[in-house]
Design a protein around this ligand. Structure first.
Ligand code: CA
Length: 234
């Protein structure tokens, strides 16, 4: 089945340009110029990827991203203005997967969309067993087992959840806001410190030096990422 993409952009010309270029690649395309309708379309049609302009007339794009994340794991690619660093960071914190800065060439956008869709399907297809860094770390989801240099290590359910989340897309930065979703049940207040302390424990158990981490890296102002390469993606 062809992938379906939802374009959320209020500028009609730009919206049509993006649509034409994506359809040329054989993708199924839905469009809207309204943030409120975007949320409805995501729940009704479950597209695989949403191209989300942050500057919308009815609801802010960031608000839309947040709402979408509540109901769906759909890939989100933000369209942002060159000047809005803060919006980009906030969007990534809210769980957007990537962004493209306006103005962009249609070709660039198409390539980003295809790369994201490919990443999404690779992750879905190999969801049970992962090996990282030439077998340094392995995760067996079915057996609920993490091994470091082939030796099983004990993780708390929360640490397991966070590591699994980081491992879904190695190299991608996960915000504390996203990671807190895997530790639901904690007080929302002060969640950043909660995540930080779980990361500290994970590093200790994975033998990662917290002053100079090689496995789980801190990305200032955003969150954390797994620095290992997934062996099947090399
Ligand atoms: Ca706009």
């Amino acid at each position: 089945m062809a992938h379906s993409v939802l374009i959320v952009e209020d500028e009609v010309k730009l919206r049509n340009l993006i649509r034409t270029n994506l359809e040329r690649e054989g993708l199924n395309v839905l469009t809207t110029g309204s943030g409120a309708e975007a949320i409805e379309l995501v729940s009704r049609y479950t597209p695989e990827l949403v191209i989300l302009d942050l500057g919308l007339p009815d609801v802010s794009g960031l608000e839309v991203a947040k709402e979408i994340r509540f109901i769906s794991d759909v890939l989100i690619l933000m369209l942002t203005a060159r000047s809005s660093d803060e919006d980009r960071i906030r969007g990534l914190e809210l769980g957007a997967d990537d962004y493209v800065i306006k103005p962009f060439s249609p070709r660039e956008l198409v390539l980003r969309v295809i790369a994201l869709l490919r990443r999404g399907s690779v992750v879905a297809a190999r969801a049970n067993y992962f090996s990282f860094g030439d077998g340094l770390v392995t995760i067996d989801e079915e057996r609920h087992e993490v091994r470091l240099n082939e030796v099983a290590i004990n993780l708390s359910p929360t640490e397991w959840g966070i590591l699994l989340e980081l491992a879904r897309v190695p190299g991608r930065v996960y915000s504390r806001y996203e990671l807190v979703n895997v530790v639901r049940g904690y007080e929302w207040e002060g969640y950043e410190r909660v995540i930080d302390s779980h990361i500290k424990n994970l590093r200790r158990k994975l033998d990662d030096d917290s002053t100079n981490p090689k496995l789980i890296e801190t990305v200032l102002g955003v969150g954390y990422r797994l620095c290992l390469t997934r062996d099947d993606l090399k």
